[in-house]
Ligand binder design. Structure first.
Ligand code: HEC
Length: 229
């Protein structure tokens, strides 16, 4: 039996079929107006994708023209900001900063030595000997450099008073590990401060005296130093 025959044969079933059709029509209208909910992300609208790509492109072109040498070699990058640049000299390429031994020496003295020998270089009676007018400071460089590089222990006479303390080593390999330059700066400073007037000591002098001692790692005694001219 065909469907047509069926419909014709029973009007009730025919009516039900018609209303099925109506329901489907109604649903399709609803579906047209509201999209079906779905899982996952909505893809980016095409115009937004185009806009963002265009921005990235434009910014890249802009960066290439305005990067100020940022992606050049390290040498050119160093020229972006050069605090030593002075247009009056050779373009600021090679400006060597001069170190003032007295300025550096004073800084080192204040930070380190003044704890014991005091800012005024007078030391502390009974504990730390004075550096002002000290025969050790004003005398032989050979002894003075050795006191700084290796330290000093045991009895020592300074300006008529005897001290028996312990002066730490400052040279290479000591816990301070000062360079020969630093030692020369601080010694040059103490030889010209508080009324002291003695020749400056150069880094080369410190190097020569330090090397003459080889791998010595013990403090000097005053007695041992006095044997050195
Ligand atoms: C921890 C304390 C201390 C510090 C820090 C110290 N000294 Fe001394 N210094 C001494 C003592 C103590 C003596 C005497 C050593 C002895 O009795 O054998 C001495 C002796 C000396 C002497 C020989 C004696 C004299 O009075 O002339 C000189 C020079 C000297 N120190 C320079 C320095 C310099 C420069 C510094 C800084 C780099 C320094 N000292 C840092 C404690 C110190």
């Amino acid at each position: 039996m065909s469907q047509d025959n069926f419909k014709k044969s029973d009007p009730k079933i025919e009516q039900a079929a018609a209303s099925d059709e109506q329901i489907q029509n109604l649903h399709s209208v609803l579906l047209r107006e509201k999209s079906e909910p779905s899982e996952g992300y909505t893809p980016m609208p095409l115009f937004l994708l185009g806009f963002v790509s265009a921005m990235i492109f434009i910014v890249s072109i802009y960066f290439i023209h305005h990067r100020g040498g940022l992606t050049e070699g390290i040498h050119e990058a160093a020229l972006i900001y050069d605090p030593l640049f002075d247009p009056k000299t050779d373009g600021g390429a090679q400006v060597v900063q001069e170190v003032d031994p007295l300025v550096m020496g004073k800084r080192l003295y204040t930070q380190v030595c003044a704890t014991c020998h005091q800012v005024n270089g007078q030391g502390l009676p009974g504990a730390f000997p004075p550096l002002a007018e000290s025969e050790w400071v004003l005398g032989s460089e050979e002894r003075l450099v050795r006191i700084l590089v290796h330290g000093l222990a045991g009895p020592v006479e300074v300006r008529g008073n005897t001290y028996n303390g312990n002066m730490p080593a400052f040279g290479q390999g000591s816990s301070y590990n000062w360079t020969d330059e630093r030692i020369s700066y601080v010694l040059t400073y103490i030889r010209s401060e508080w009324g002291n007037e003695a020749e400056p000591i150069s880094p080369e002098q410190v190097t020569a005296i330090r090397e003459a001692d080889g791998s010595r790692s013990t403090q000097y005694s005053a007695e041992e130093l006095l044997a050195i001219q």
